[in-house]
Design a protein around this ligand. Structure first.
Ligand SMILES: N[C@@H](CCC(=O)N[C@@H](CS)C(=O)NCC(=O)O)C(=O)O
Length: 239
């Protein structure tokens, strides 16, 4: 068996891996793991990733978790064009710097914004206190400012003049609040222009395809009681 990628495109790191693999014409079998149905807890998936999270990779007997590790494995194994993860010491360090930062900053505020604005009220039928949402959106705004000031600056892409895995990881995060109706680019022309450049570099069709599941999430039918119960521990992390 060749390369298998275990993904749910509702998940932002899965979309980054999916776009990277497709854009680089890396052949893979897509194994969809439906998180809302709890398929990440199935015996089959736990064999691949005991952490029970997507994305995950299986390449023959080799299994790998964590989106950053997966992106870098794919970049190295398939010798992706240098700009994705440059060989140059300092250019690579810039990409690494962003990948290290975003996990503890942008990631959580994008996830919280999407869940609090959309998944709780629409899917779980649970009210989110307005002050909780306001705090989340304020934190998101603070992270966006850091993204612009520290990483994007006056460059075309986050880690320099060319698109890299940092841009994929970032844009797939930012599309989370966008899907919930947060117009995060409206008052940020620099970031909006960057988004256009990333979409153009990825290809608009691939970008749309990767985000189709997410953009339809607002139309999900309300969860039944079993799904609500199963998602409770996870959902609490996003309040
Ligand atoms: N640090 C991990 C995070 C993976 C992660 O949190 N995946 C989420 C989806 S975005 C997941 O599988 N959640 C299921 C759960 O926690 O039950 C990565 O970057 O791959």
């Amino acid at each position: 068996m060749g390369l298998e990628l275990y993904l749910d495109l509702l998940s932002q790191p899965c979309r980054a891996v999916y776009i990277f693999a497709k854009k680089n014409r890396i052949p893979f079998e897509l194994r969809t793991v439906d998180l809302l149905q709890g398929q990440n807890h199935s015996d089959e998936f736990v064999q691949v990733n005991p952490l029970r999270k997507v994305p995950a990779l299986k390449d023959g007997d080799f299994t790998l978790a964590e989106s950053v590790a997966i992106l870098l494995y794919l970049a190295r194994k398939y010798e992706a064009p240098d700009h994705w993860y440059p060989q140059d010491l300092q250019a690579r360090a810039r990409v690494d710097e962003y990948l290290s930062w975003q996990h503890t900053a942008l990631r959580m505020s994008c996830t919280r914004a999407m869940w609090q604005k959309m998944m709780f009220p629409v899917f779980l039928g649970q009210r989110v206190p307005p002050e909780t949402l306001a705090n989340t959106l304020a934190e998101l705004d603070r992270c966006l400012q850091l993204l612009e000031d520290k990483f994007l600056k006056d460059q075309d892409f986050l880690a320099g003049p060319h698109i890299s895995v940092a841009d994929l990881v970032a844009i797939t995060e930012l599309m989370h609040p966008v899907s919930a109706g947060c117009d995060i680019f409206k008052s940020r022309p620099k970031l909006a222009a960057w988004r256009q450049r990333v979409e153009a570099a990825v290809g608009e069709d691939l970008f749309r395809e990767a985000h189709a599941v997410l953009m339809k999430a607002k139309d999900l039918p309300p969860a039944d009681t079993a799904v609500k119960e199963r998602l409770k521990p996870l959902a609490q992390l996003f309040l």
